[in-house]
Design a protein. Structure first.
Length: 230
């Protein structure tokens, strides 16, 4: 049985509604931050862990993303006619990703510090974990509105609420996706099941992070990239 992830899923299918006019003519992952598309920043981190496969799901205005990603050997899972949300989208992409645990990565964030995928891989313990979410303390999460997503106990087990923000990178076992009846569903459905079994864990990211899901996040992210300190 495969114990470590050798595939990365980049989530890139969303409508980018929080970006308002910026996504009228292009998908959110193609919005530039410091002269590069958002998805290029995510792809660089994914490529650094040398996975056997990188896959992305596409739906809204997919052509620019296909043109950018296919020459870089990224496989495409096109969601049509409807968008499937994170859980449904990941399940559709499993034939391209393989049967083992996978990395998943949101493409609307900037990380400043160690590669979060490398840190997750070092901390991954499939004997105890069904998912390991890389989380950022609120005080190091630029562009975050509202509170945190999770709290973690001394061993890293997750509960809802608290001051940890899910940064959009995780390692996840995928076999239980097939037990969910809905076609369109969030990965929160799977996380809730894992949490009930005490197998959902958090890894606290030691660097800084920026949400680029809204227009104000672009400037915040560019400032973060340009900053000398971590």
């Amino acid at each position: 049985m495969q114990r470590s992830p050798d595939a990365v899923m980049l989530f890139a299918a969303g409508f980018g509604t929080r970006m308002r006019e910026l996504t009228r003519d292009k998908p959110k992952p193609m919005i530039e931050v410091s002269g590069r598309p958002l998805i290029a920043h995510a792809l660089e981190l994914a490529q650094a862990v040398r996975p056997a496969r990188i896959v992305t799901n596409l739906h809204y205005k997919p052509e620019p993303l296909k043109a950018f990603l296919e020459p870089q050997n990224v496989r495409i899972s096109l969601e049509s006619p409807e968008i499937l949300d994170t859980g449904g989208g990941l399940r559709q992409a499993l034939p391209l990703l393989g049967d083992g645990p996978v990395f998943t990565m949101n493409t609307d964030a900037i990380w400043k510090g160690p590669n979060p995928l490398e840190l997750a891989l070092q901390a991954w313990d499939p004997g105890r974990m069904d998912a390991l979410l890389v989380c950022v303390p609120l005080e190091r999460a630029a562009g975050r509105t509202g509170g945190g997503d999770f709290a973690a106990d001394a061993e890293g087990r997750i509960s809802r609420g608290g001051k940890l923000v899910y940064g959009g990178v995780q390692i996840l076992k995928t076999q239980d996706l097939y037990q969910i009846e809905e076609q369109v569903f969030s990965l929160n459905v799977l996380w809730n099941r894992m949490a009930e079994a005490n197998r959902l864990f958090a890894l606290e990211y030691p660097g800084r992070w920026c949400d680029v899901g809204h227009p104000e996040g672009i400037t915040l992210a560019e400032d973060l990239i340009a900053a000398d300190d971590v």
